[in-house]
Design a protein around this ligand. Structure first.
Ligand code: MG
Ligand code: MG
Length: 254
């Protein structure tokens, strides 16, 4: 959406604030022995206590066989995104865990993701996580009124190349606000100056997803979980932002 009124912007800020607070709380719950289902329960509880609605719960985008059955996506190691929380998935020390969450607050949507280690992870895992987070910052730094979608992808892909990591090109950012996914798609590869022009008021989710391997992905039999084809580990960072005349306002700070 392109937010034009102060009231819309205030609602978007509240949506993003709830989401940020939940992700911060969840990061504190990630430890060895915790199930991904426990994280999902905590996420839904806090969102509802704050007056929001979990945006991913029962979400069924076109092409999906069945609606997503949880509030939170918890993707571990070679799981890239959209993994369904489960009582059977027990986190263990050294796992790389991506937490991806959407909030609907009075009809205004935000979307954000972080990747954390369970305890300490190895040097390669730290590099993967740090580079993906750095790519988010690099992508965001290109955005202002008059920037183009391709500017974001070019900046994100440059960070991956420098770190010899793979970009998951099939997935990427998007506009949002009145729904959890709106057009345009904002790829994690691109050519600066190309693609749709971004304008003041645009609400966007920027979300680099990197893998230690090539970045090719495959959909699991559950119809939701994407894994890397080469089983290498992946990381994902995402923030919802508002485009301003001179830059951005981050609506989901972390
Ligand atoms: Mg997301
Ligand atoms: Mg998203």
């Amino acid at each position: 959406m392109i937010a034009t009124t102060q009231e819309e912007i205030e609602h978007l800020r509240m949506s993003g604030k709830i989401l940020s607070d939940v992700l911060t709380a969840l990061a504190g719950l990630v430890r060895a022995g915790t199930t991904t289902a426990a994280l999902d329960l905590a996420a839904e509880k806090i969102i509802r206590e704050r007056g929001g609605v979990p945006a991913f719960l029962n979400y069924k985008p076109s092409g999906a066989k069945h609606p997503f059955p949880a509030a939170l996506c918890v993707s571990v190691n070679d799981q890239v995104v959209h993994s369904i929380p489960s009582e059977e998935t027990i986190l263990k020390s050294g796992d790389i865990v991506s937490l991806d969450l959407g909030v609907n607050y009075q009809g205004f949507f935000s979307d954000s993701a972080i990747t954390v280690c369970v305890g300490e992870c190895d040097e390669a895992g730290k590099k993967l996580i740090n580079a993906t987070r750095e790519a988010l910052a690099a992508g965001l730094a290109t955005i202002r009124h008059g920037a183009h979608v391709g500017d974001v992808g070019a900046a994100v892909a440059a960070v991956a190349a420098r770190n010899k990591l793979g970009v998951v090109e099939e997935l990427g950012g998007h506009a949002l606000g009145k729904a959890v996914h709106e057009k345009p798609f904002i790829g994690n590869v691109g050519t600066a100056g190309q693609g749709e022009e971004l304008v003041e008021g645009h609400v966007l989710a920027i979300e680099p997803i990197f893998a230690e391997g090539l970045g090719d992905i495959v959909l699991d039999a559950d119809g939701w979980t994407y894994r890397t084809c080469d089983r290498s580990r992946a990381a994902h960072f995402e923030q919802t932002i508002l485009v301003t005349k001179t830059g951005i306002e981050i609506l989901t700070p972390f």
